[in-house]
Design a protein around this ligand. Structure first.
Ligand code: ADP
Ligand code: AMP
Length: 222
């Protein structure tokens, strides 16, 4: 099963990708997590991505597309994967479609987590993330069991630098200008699945699993 999670920053892509990954046993690939790990480890990729991420801008395609297409060739992707944060503009979407086509493959669904901007701004203000595994929490809505410690891996939970309110507004603007057009792209391909992501987390996840079904395929489609 090959899934894309679409939606604005703060829609719940990371939160639900991790749960879907646990439920269906398919790998979660988050470009944001990959860039943040590179930043933390001081790699050349991290250094090149840093200024864009801090500004809330997209990292250039030449640093992003090959990285993801290579990641999809790893053996852990054979059972399927969930892409979170990629593709993020029409060029990335086209590159993904072409690379999959060359292997006789295609994405199964682009799950579109739909939520309004005012909800996003409130969510991002309270978001906290594990600096080791990337798990997402919220200070009031989804707190860690032990303050400051990740429930999943025990890593330290911190606020993302790009969750500062002014950067959140930039990221939302970037989403509407550059990323939202790919919703229409996947709709035209018949791949878009609309999910009301303004609901409480459990309801969002229930809608996702109700659609995907117990085996991870909707209506027996394989
Ligand atoms: P994304 O990966 O799309 O940027 P996250 O999964 O990190 O978004 O979620 C952003 C914030 O919103 C986190 O603090 C998360 O706990 C919270 N959140 C996610 N989904 C919901 C929801 N349905 N209702 C309330 N809060 C949510
Ligand atoms: P995210 O964790 O998905 O919110 O991503 C955090 C930041 O990483 C974004 O604001 C971008 O700067 C960068 N980024 C993540 N994914 C991509 C992508 N597919 N293309 C370009 N930049 C990306």
């Amino acid at each position: 099963m090959k899934l894309i999670l679409l939606g604005p920053p703060g829609a719940g892509k990371g939160t639900h990708a991790k749960k879907l990954s646990d439920t269906y046993g398919i790998v979660h690939i988050s470009t944001g997590d990959i860039f943040r790990a590179n930043l933390k480890n001081g790699t050349e990729l991290g250094l090149r991505a840093k200024a864009y991420m801090e500004a809330g801008a997209l990292v250039p395609d030449e640093l992003t597309v090959d990285l993801v297409l290579d990641r999809l060739t790893w053996p852990d992707c054979e059972k399927g994967y969930i892409l979170d944060g990629f593709p993020r503009n029409p060029a990335q979407a086209e590159a993904l479609t072409k690379a999959l086509e060359a292997k006789g493959e295609e994405i199964d669904y682009a799950l579109n987590l739909m939520v309004d901007d005012d909800v996003i701004v409130r969510r991002m203000a309270g978001r906290r993330v594990c600096s080791v595994c990337g798990a997402s929490y919220h200070v009031t809505g989804a707190p860690t069991k032990v303050p400051g410690i990740c429930d999943r891996c025990g890593g330290p939970v911190v606020q993302r630098a790009d969750d500062a309110p002014e950067t959140v507004l930039t990221r939302l603007a970037v989403y509407h200008e550059q990323t939202e057009p790919i919703v229409a792209y996947y709709r035209a391909l018949g791949k878009e699945v609309q999910i009301d992501a303004a609901q409480p987390m459990d309801r969002v996840f229930a809608d996702l699993t109700a659609f995907l079904g117990e085996e991870g395929f909707h209506g027996g489609n394989d």
